[in-house]
Design a protein. Structure first.
Ligand code: BGC
Length: 738
């Protein structure tokens, strides 16, 4: 077996990016340059730099007006979080949820760096990603897959790594969607009204990490918060983002998420996209001349416009786009053919490594996997092959036909190619003696017929979701339920009931309920492959045939029923977030509900043992009162100590283990989830090899948000320390007292 993860590709991509990185200046220096430019700009030019040129008014999905007085372009803003939309060729990377499932900081960063290199090569100034909202409190939420996890800690780490990778490549990242846009139904009218503690400890948490990672821009979301549109919400934009988090960059509206001229300007919006509004009345232009008039009559202060422009220019300087940045090399509206080829074999390798290392092995009875060379293998399900009409047959991937490798909506891109599972399996077995039989529809009796005479069957099933402007098979963005699509349960049942040992491969945007499938005794293995992008099939065969041990871990909980999550999307126009802090595993733990596969779970072809926990944490209890710097109070990220443990590979093949640290708070912290992820480390280990997992704890990791004092507070008392292989497979415990 080859080593589980050859990090050479990821390392090579990162080294190349670091060498090429133009980013050598601080925010203060960037702001100085921006302020100098400000003096040279006319009022019209300033207004043009904060206003979009309207939808389809320029080559990118968002474009601003270029000033003449300074050397600054029409800014090009382009989706999205997993690749570059409406451009080709580009590399279609695995979705955010797969990147999260790798729990591999270096690989996540390499994915960001590779995306950023392509963006820069195409002349894109701002890549509209990563997505860290929705957080995914609703398991059926349509856009959860664009982000990394429904745990804020994992989300924050993955988003920060992605941003640093992207921006080292030279593109400005855009952290979206800020904030509390958890469902697609009524996304432009719903008001999210959570309590302040929930906001800080769950939804704002990953935004701290992204601001700390120096993200250049933040996109305000469609929804209202406490009755006020997010993009004109003083509390959300000024008090939280620019105040408590010390964000020095600019806030750009989601497309048509602006609803006013004066309030949006005064309450913290810095750039409007796409420049005109589809809503009320259609074609409304809130800024442009209207902003000029509002400044003229004093309802918006001149300083506010100057601040918007300074912020926008600061971000541009900060990532070094003043130095030889390429011109836009494609148009979104004519098929997107680029005049340069920005894809490289290394980028494809990174895509394959993420596809492979995000695979979560959920079940593996009697070591059914890895597969050797069976005499015959049945490949079953429409998800085994590319859509016969082509991988890009549906606009923004708005159909679920053929193998599922992205969700749908603005966060998608055109596949340059898509390696489907069947082709990769054929490639893997070429020249051998295995007979491959296929049934590449979801017809249960045809599937059973193919399986009946085979030694082993692999059934492919899916569950899709996306953005609410497209409805697919009656799912208006958010999923209608957590079941497999196309009657996947019946397909698996029919195949398994032939008596042939059956392996189920799941391509899904999030959790699906597996109870019907698990009730079949002949289902010997279940493999979650997520939505793995263009290298889907290769990533899968790398694991199925044992070139690599599976090493992904679930970035969310798989329950036994949808009801077990205690939450679904609402048709109401108000969501008070009554669940508070108790989402995903926090809810299962609090209510003592047994999940089917818990958060952080994933099997390997080898086994790992844990020993020798060491806990060394000291901190002063009480509030965190440091000066606000970029990312929040300066002491919030101060180290308070470490937890370490030895992890050994006790099996016979190489593998990688994601060691996880969870912390339980003392009782003096009011009603806190029983345990919360506060550290993880992925270790590649040869058989017999051991290594130390080292978890650094920051002050934030042992704090809660005290809404009364408006401060992060370290509670006093005994904290519980849990180190393990998942949120429920705790191998070592300890404690510390503050
Ligand atoms: C989405 C954003 C996207 C924008 C531009 C909106 O519908 O919510 O995520 O970046 O469109 O395409």
């Amino acid at each position: 077996m080859r080593p589980v993860f050859t990090s050479t590709t990821a390392t090579a991509v990162l080294q190349a990016v670091a060498l090429a990185s133009a980013q050598a200046i601080t925010w203060d220096e960037a702001r100085e340059k921006a302020s100098a430019d400000l003096a040279a700009l006319t009022q019209d030019e300033k207004i043009g730099m904060v206003s979009g040129v309207t939808w389809e008014g320029g080559p990118c999905v968002g474009n601003t007006y270029a000033p003449e007085s300074i050397a600054y372009p029409s800014l090009c803003l382009q989706d999205g979080p997993l690749s570059l939309r409406y451009a080709n060729p580009v590399t279609v990377f695995p979705a955010g949820i797969n990147a999260g499932a790798t729990w591999d900081r270096e690989l996540i960063r390499a994915r960001g760096a590779a995306m950023g290199e392509q963006a820069k090569g195409l002349g894109i100034n701002v890549q509209l990603g990563p997505a860290l909202g929705p957080l995914g409190k609703i398991p059926t939420g349509g856009r959860n897959w664009e982000g990394f996890s429904s745990d804020p800690y994992l989300m924050g780490v993955a988003a920060a790594q992605t941003i640093e990778g992207m921006q080292e490549s030279g593109v400005q990242a855009c952290a979206k969607h800020y904030i509390l846009n958890e469902q697609e139904h009524n996304r432009e009218t719903i008001s999210s009204n959570p309590d302040d503690r929930t906001v800080h400890e769950l939804y704002l948490w990953p935004f701290y990490d992204t601001v700390k990672a120096n993200v250049a821009s933040v996109m305000c979301s469609y929804n209202k918060i406490d009755g006020t549109w997010t993009c004109e919400n003083d509390e959300v934009l000024n008090t939280l983002l620019k105040g408590q988090l010390g964000f020095p960059g600019y806030v750009v509206s989601d497309w048509n998420a602006q609803h006013s001229t004066v309030d949006s300007a005064n309450n913290g919006l810095d750039m409007t996209m796409p420049g005109s509004d589809f809503n009320d009345p259609p074609g409304s232009v809130y800024w442009g001349d209207n902003l000029a008039a509002a400044i003229q009559d004093g309802s918006v202060p001149q300083e506010r416009l100057d601040d918007m422009v300074t912020r926008i220019l600061s971000s541009w300087y900060f990532v070094g786009q003043d130095q030889d940045y390429p011109a836009v090399a494609f148009s979104s509206w004519d098929g997107g053919a680029a005049t340069v080829n920005v894809t490289t074999p290394e980028h494809g390798d990174v895509a394959r490594a993420v596809a492979r290392d995000s695979i979560v092995l959920l079940k593996n009875s009697n070591q059914s996997l890895p597969l050797g060379a069976p005499a015959s293998l049945a490949i079953i399900g429409s998800d085994a092959i590319v859509n016969p009409d082509g991988a890009n047959a549906c606009v923004d991937r708005g159909c679920n036909t053929g193998t599922l490798a992205q969700g749908w909506g603005s966060g998608t891109a055109e596949f340059p190619y898509l390696v489907d599972p069947l082709s990769a399996i054929q490639e893997q077995l070429a020249g051998g003696s295995t007979e491959i039989v296929t049934s590449t529809t979801d017809d249960a009796s045809a599937g059973a017929e193919a399986a009946a005479s085979a030694e082993t069957a692999i059934v492919f099933i899916t569950a899709d979701a996306g953005e609410g402007y497209i409805t697919v098979e009656d799912n208006a963005g958010d999923r209608n339920n957590l079941d497999p699509w196309h009657d996947g349960n019946a397909l698996v049942q029919a195949v398994a009931q032939t008596g042939t040992p059956t392996i189920v491969v799941v391509h899904s945007v999030g959790p699906i309920i597996l109870e019907t499938i698990l009730a079949e005794p002949n289902v010997v293995a279940i493999v979650w492959a997520g939505i793995p992008g263009q290298e889907s099939g290769h990533g899968l065969t790398d694991v199925l045939f044992g070139d690599t041990s599976p090493s992904g871990k679930l970035p969310y909980t798989i329950g036994k029923s949808e009801e077990d999550y205690g939450i679904t999307w609402t048709q109401d126009l108000v969501d008070d977030f009554p669940e508070g802090l108790f989402i995903d595993y926090r809810y299962f733990d609090q209510n003592e509900i047994a999940p089917r596969y818990e958060f952080g779970f994933g099997l390997s072809y080898t086994t790992f043992n844990y020993s020798g926990i060491k806990v060394s944490v000291t901190a002063e209890s009480g509030p965190t009162v440091g000066e606000i710097v970029v990312g929040g109070p300066e002491d919030l990220f101060e180290s308070v100590g470490t937890v370490s443990a030895s992890v050994g590979n006790s099996g016979t093949v190489s593998g990688a283990e994601v060691a996880q640290l969870y912390i339980g708070y003392p009782e003096s912290a009011p009603s806190t989830p029983p345990k919360q992820l506060r550290g993880f480390q992925k270790l590649n280990l040869e058989p017999g090899e051991s290594a130390q997992a080292e978890f650094d704890l920051a002050r934030r990791d042992i704090s809660y948000w005290d809404a009364d004092s408006q401060e992060w507070v370290v509670p006093s008392g005994e904290f519980q320390v849990y180190v393990g292989s998942s949120s429920r497979d705790i191998r070592l415990t300890g404690s510390f007292t503050i």
